[in-house]
Design a protein around this ligand. Structure first.
Ligand SMILES: [Zn+2]
Ligand SMILES: [Zn+2]
Length: 332
């Protein structure tokens, strides 16, 4: 089969992705062999390709927003079988027994493994995934629309919950790509006033179409104090303005796996009055199932820019240059 691999991590302009020939993998116990139909392009893939995220296995195939069809099942598989359409996402496995797993925080499991980082992902014709970790897909979406729901959507949803948005609250969102435009719609459907801060005019336009209360440039002041904020842009210099925009008791959640350095904070201006700064680390399967149900219920609008399989490297370059509206999705 054909598969993209991260051969030598480096700036996307140096071509860190390479198209390779690989044997079709075999499903082991509890595993499914999945034929990839679509794979979303996540910013994490870019961080992996560029070396911001250290590679965990050599020549790994990226991609963790996989919509596919099960073609074979290993022994002991109980949930899905050949012919089923499933979604394979970032969290690929945990030990199920550590202190974090036991208290419902499997996203923090130190022995967790991730699709397209520890094990080969979906920038390929086939991949193997654990039966217990793949998702049943919601109805009402095309395959291309489903792909970004699987990471951008799920992580954005966990970030929204970690931001502790009160009912009818005021939410600020910094950065407006694949993840943000989905989280914003859930917040708006739940009655929030959403203020969007982003440097691209196309992002601001999309935010207005989806019902944002206001849109402005990244470093512009917020039109009103915020109860909650989510930083989707991987830009540490946005943390101080994000915190400064919070009302008393507000929370800023950083959604990404990677962030440039945060400059020094001023206690009075950025944290006093019980403002909270917190990170978001991956997600639990519960987050994923909850989000996919809400996506179907609220009929989320998913904006997709399609790329043919042999142009996965161009998709990453476009993402790096902010040239993608909504989410980039590779089709087979
Ligand atoms: Zn664990
Ligand atoms: Zn992702």
């Amino acid at each position: 089969m054909k598969a993209w691999v991260v051969h030598e991590p480096g700036p996307v302009a140096t071509g860190p992705l390479r198209l390779a020939e690989r044997p079709v993998p075999e499903p082991g116990p509890g595993e499914l062999l999945i034929r990839v139909l679509r794979c979303g392009v996540c910013r994490t893939d870019l961080h992996l390709a560029e070396g911001d995220l250290p590679p965990r296995s050599p020549d790994v195939t990226p991609g963790h927003e996989v919509v596919g069809e099960v073609v074979a099942a290993g022994p002991g598989v109980v949930r899905f079988g050949p012919g089923d359409r499933v979604g394979a996402a970032w969290l690929a496995g945990t030990d199920g027994s550590c202190r974090y797993c036991r208290r419902g925080l499997e996203n923090l499991c130190p022995r967790s493994v991730y699709t397209g980082w520890d094990i080969p992902g979906g920038y390929a014709e086939y991949l193997v995934a654990a039966d217990a970790y793949v998702y049943e897909l919601p109805g009402g979406f095309s395959d291309a629309e489903l792909a970004p729901l699987l990471c951008a959507g799920i992580i954005g949803y966990r970030a929204l919950r970690r931001a502790e948005l009160p009912p009818g609250g005021r939410l600020g969102i910094w950065g407006f790509g694949g993840s943000a435009h989905l989280a914003a719609q859930i917040a708006i459907a739940e009655g929030a006033a959403v203020h969007v801060f982003t440097r691209t005019e196309s992002g601001r336009e999309l935010a207005r179409e989806l019902g944002a209360a206001s849109t402005q440039d990244s470093f512009d002041p917020s039109p009103e104090p915020l109860d909650s904020a989510i930083l989707f842009a991987p830009v540490g210099t946005l943390v101080p303005p994000g915190l400064a925009a919070l009302d008393r008791g507000g929370t800023l959640a950083i959604a990404g796996i990677y962030l440039t350095d945060i400059p020094a904070l001023n206690y009075e201006k950025h944290l006093f009055q019980e403002r909270t700064l917190r990170s978001v680390t991956a997600n639990t399967r519960g987050d994923g199932e909850e989000f996919l149900r809400l996506a179907e219920r609220h009929r989320l609008r998913v904006t997709v820019t399609p790329y043919p399989f042999d142009q996965a490297d161009r998709a990453l370059a476009d993402l790096a240059a902010d040239r993608v509206t909504g989410a980039a999705v590779i089709s087979m």
